[in-house]
Design a protein. Structure first.
Ligand code: AMP
Length: 300
């Protein structure tokens, strides 16, 4: 007799999201929250600051957008105000800004909240006109936002929630001074969310100055190679592959190299070739004894 444990898949319902948001999620065709959503949504709903180590592709946007929509809905005292957003989402690029605002509109379609996106490289006038209408959520790139601040088109003194998305890329692109200028315009008391794929000292110091007792959520990107790994392809004929491998290792002075081959025989031949060229190497595969495999791994 076999006893089967019931399989419980996490459900959006358990996250305590309100009905208009649940309906939008269902319209989008999502049935199960992603890991970052499971972790981030309750923490953001709780009102605390959050530091998220997550890349695009993990469902991170919904992870912060869904609870923010809910908080803004629940805290909405008066209606939306002209040119005075309650939530500011800063992103490094116009593509990302546009994408995030798309998500805000998608997930907020059954809510009365108003959003808009601001980025540079396009005519400023349509943005200025849009800022003369009621607004709750502003998604922006830092430079163009400061242009609007300079022209007094936007008032950041009502921001209750700040999101810094892809903070590492913003710093890489030289936005740190702009970000600091923007931070100085925000009310002291607010909720802060910072997302970054990497955590350099610069990011840590930004986070230290920004976040108060933050929660921390971390997820790896799904099914993609790490951005930290450089990948190259060499197109060479079969007969030159072993020579090239040997040359690359010597030329770059690589100290620890893991090589995958298509066949067991190919692994043996490559290892022999490398040893002949005075490169310490061993092959492991299913035809080797466990002892030989353990020894090869230990030497590695
Ligand atoms: P992001 O990492 O926020 O850029 O999201 C990556 C993609 O995943 C987007 O196309 C989303 O529409 C999609 N997505 C986000 N959350 C879910 C979910 N819970 N189920 C299925 N797809 C999702």
């Amino acid at each position: 007799m076999s006893t089967e444990l019931p399989i419980t898949t996490p459900d959006f319902k358990e996250l305590g999201l309100i009905d208009p948001i649940m309906r939008a999620i269902s319209d989008a065709g999502y049935t199960t929250p992603t890991p970052i959503q499971l972790k981030a949504i309750p923490q953001v709903l709780g009102g605390g600051d959050l530091m998220g180590a997550a890349q695009t592709g993990t469902g991170k946007t919904a992870g912060f957008t869904l609870p923010i929509l809910q908080l803004l809905t629940q805290k909405q005292a008066a209606g939306s105000t002209v040119g005075r957003p309650r939530c500011l989402m800063l992103t490094p690029t116009r593509e990302l800004a546009a994408q995030i605002e798309e998500s805000v509109k998608t997930y907020g379609k059954y809510l009365p909240l108003k959003s808009m996106v601001i980025f540079g490289g396009v005519n400023i006038n349509p943005q200025t006109s849009r800022l003369k209408k009621p607004l709750d959520i502003l998604v922006a790139t830092p430079g163009r936002l400061l242009d609007h601040v300079g022209q007094r088109n936007v008032d950041l003194s009502g921001v209750e929630i700040l999101v810094l998305d892809e903070a590492d890329r913003m710093l890489d692109m030289g936005f740190i001074r702009d970000i600091k200028k923007i931070l100085a315009l925000l009310p002291k008391h607010r909720q802060n969310l910072l997302f970054s794929a990497t955590f350099s000292d610069e990011i840590k110091s930004l986070a230290d100055g920004l976040l108060h007792n933050p929660g921390f959520v971390e997820v790896a990107r799904r099914n993609t190679a790490s951005e930290l790994v450089e990948q190259t392809v060499h197109l060479v004929s079969q007969s030159h592959k072993r020579d090239l491998m040997s040359h690359l290792i010597k030329h770059h002075d690589w100290k620890q190299v893991l090589i995958f081959t298509r066949t067991k025989h190919g692994a043996n031949r490559l290892a022999e070739k490398l040893v002949k060229d005075n490169i310490q190497a061993a092959a492991i595969h299913g035809n080797k004894s466990q002892g030989a495999r353990t020894k090869a791994l230990a030497q590695f």
